[in-house]
Design a protein around this ligand. Structure first.
Ligand SMILES: Cc1cc2nc3c(=O)[nH]c(=O)nc-3n(C[C@H](O)[C@H](O)[C@H](O)COP(=O)(O)O)c2cc1C
Length: 124
């Protein structure tokens, strides 16, 4: 399975997912379920960062909380902070960059923090 092979060879996982009905999309859960049956199971021992974007004010954060459950259960170490972009239809400029400098800084700090965590985990 291609997804499984790609997870196996990846240093880490950055997953950006929409929120469907206050949870993760069924297609993503189905993909996780398929990967979880592989032997050896490639998610175990990986580290990851979760991101979402939505046109709503919640930004998809509830979907990301739901997504933590199967991923952590399967042995993925997730970065504690998650980035959920609210009102995403207005949040990006014509180049696809975040308009709000505070949000841009928050995202940059989060990605940097995640990369640091990943480097520490990979070294240990
Ligand atoms: C079945 C379904 C349920 C959705 N539920 C939510 C939701 O609970 N919260 C939310 O912020 N967006 C929800 N959305 C909107 C998606 O997060 C997303 O913004 C939208 O579907 C546009 O992305 P797409 O073109 O990839 O589907 C839902 C979309 C679908 C199709």
């Amino acid at each position: 399975m291609e997804m499984s092979r790609r997870i196996e060879t990846a240093d880490g996982l950055i997953i950006a997912s929409p929120e469907y009905n206050y949870s993760m999309p069924g297609t993503l859960k189905n993909a996780i379920d398929w990967v979880s049956r592989m032997k050896p199971m490639p998610l175990r021992g990986k580290h990851g960062l979760l991101l979402a974007a939505s046109s709503t004010v919640a930004g998809g954060i509830r979907g990301l909380w739901a997504l933590r459950v199967p991923l952590e259960g399967l042995g993925v170490t997730l970065y504690p902070d998650m980035f959920a972009l609210a009102q995403a239809t207005q949040a990006l400029d014509e180049r696809g960059e975040l308009r709000d400098p505070e949000l841009r800084e928050r995202l940059e700090k989060m990605v940097t923090g995640y990369l640091r965590m990943g480097a520490k985990l990979s070294a240990s």
